[in-house]
Design a protein around this ligand. Structure first.
Ligand SMILES: [Zn+2]
Ligand SMILES: [Zn+2]
Length: 419
């Protein structure tokens, strides 16, 4: 029979790498407890319409990358390509929004799905951690959200991370900027790629993050949104920068950092790593003060980000920032023959009751072969049980790390191994 393999762009995560994932996830959860954010778990599948409206029908995600299908009830459904739209849908549906304080704060961790060309750091099923904050325009909230992303990456011991920050204005000041950008880009039309030519009138902001080298080069002298901010937006931006300074979060202002959709407002940010190569973003986000109302809720200021877990795993491996995960199995219990296996099984149960990670050999082998298995498991101790051991009530415990051996009574075994 031919072997069945995983679907293209989908990966299995298992030992030992899965422990790195668990480490990242538990650090995220503990950090979110400290910041007093509540977790939200939304369904993988949503009505297609949610993403068409919440992500935008002009985006690549909606136009070409969604896993959309008709279910048996003839509904068009989509496997979520990102987290924000679902969270907004849930808070509108369950009235989770407070008016004013306390600010509604959520985080999520889970798989997202996009039909893209798979490559390193980009899969069709990929994992995101995201943070969402609803109900406040306060620049302290912007700074807090950026701090969360920065703190988590720092606590994962990723060095060389860089916070890029920008403000992309609001519906009041953006039209003025758009006009001058349109004028500028129309003048250099023939130097821009085909897609950017379309963007000149539809979405000139997107030209700034086009990856085509000629577009990058030719936008160097283009007008930037920062120079066109209204007093409200520029005041807000100054306060975000001051708040970040006050808590020691380093950042650089990048006037080319943009978000593609109209409901994005003011703060935009991204955290990159020098250990990632071309796809260098670990996470990014910004304000979307007009998204909640776009999805049928009350007008609500909001800010959030998403961080890609695969990217973080790659960056940690590339710079060897993985913690030491040895010691997954502390004790390996070895009955030397069938006669001792019943006794050994009870002893194994006692070790586990004492929360000592342990396993037992279940096949008959020479002692030397058992020790090799114990090493393969990364065990610290081998507990050897033969006829004599049972008769004398004293077990032979081999310390596999310093290659010493000791006789330990059954009643003292758990304490000995714990110590
Ligand atoms: Zn403005
Ligand atoms: Zn371009």
């Amino acid at each position: 029979m031919e072997k069945i393999t995983a679907v293209k762009g989908m990966q299995d995560i298992y030992q030992p790498e899965v422990r790195l994932w668990q480490h990242i996830e538990s650090l995220i959860r503990s950090e979110m407890n400290t910041f007093a954010y509540g977790e939200i778990r939304t369904p993988i599948i949503e009505k297609t319409e949610l993403f068409v409206r919440g992500v935008g029908d002009g985006t690549d995600i909606v136009k070409k990358e969604m896993y959309t299908f008709t279910d048996k009830g003839e509904r068009s459904v989509t496997m979520r390509p990102e987290g924000t739209a679902s969270v907004v849908r849930a808070i509108n549906e369950h009235n989770l929004l407070n008016s004013g304080e306390p600010v509604s704060k959520f985080y999520y961790i889970g798989p997202m799905f996009r039909y893209e060309r798979p490559q390193k750091g980009r899969l069709r099923q990929f994992y995101q951690f995201g943070v969402e904050c609803y109900g406040s325009e306060s620049p302290f909230i912007d700074a807090e959200v950026i701090q969360i992303l920065y703190n988590i990456l720092s606590k994962l011991k990723l060095s060389d991370i860089c916070v890029k920050l920008n403000s992309i204005g609001c519906p009041e000041c953006r039209p003025v900027f758009r006009q001058s950008a349109e004028k500028y880009f129309s003048g250099i039309k023939e130097k821009l790629c085909g897609e950017c030519n379309e963007r000149i009138s539809s979405n000139p902001l997107r030209i700034y993050d086009c990856k085509t080298p000629s577009c990058k080069e030719n936008t160097e002298g283009a007008p930037v949104i920062l120079e066109h901010l209204c007093p409200g937006c520029s005041g807000h931006f100054e306060k975000v920068k001051a708040a970040l300074d006050s808590i020691g979060i380093p950042f650089t202002v990048d006037p080319r950092l943009v978000r593609g959709l109209d409901y994005y407002t003011r703060t935009a940010f991204e955290v990159t790593s020098r250990h990632l190569g071309a796809q260098d973003a670990l996470g990014g986000g910004g304000r979307y003060d007009n998204l909640v109302s776009e999805l049928g809720g009350p007008k609500t200021p909001a800010i959030g980000f998403a961080m890609g877990l695969e990217r973080v795993v790659i960056a940690m491996k590339n710079q060897k920032a993985e913690p030491d995960f040895t010691g997954g199995c502390r004790a390996y219990v070895i009955p030397l023959s069938k006669n001792e296996s019943g006794y050994a099984f009870k002893l194994l149960s006692a070790l586990r009751k004492a929360n000592i990670p342990s396993q037992m050999a279940v096949s008959e082998k020479k002692a030397g072969a058992h020790f090799k298995d114990a090493e393969k498991l990364g065990a610290d101790f081998a507990v050897i049980i033969g006829e004599d051991e049972i008769k004398n009530g004293a077990l032979t415990v081999k310390d596999l790390k310093n290659r010493s051996q000791k006789s330990v009574s059954e009643s003292e075994l758990t304490e000995y191994i714990k110590g």
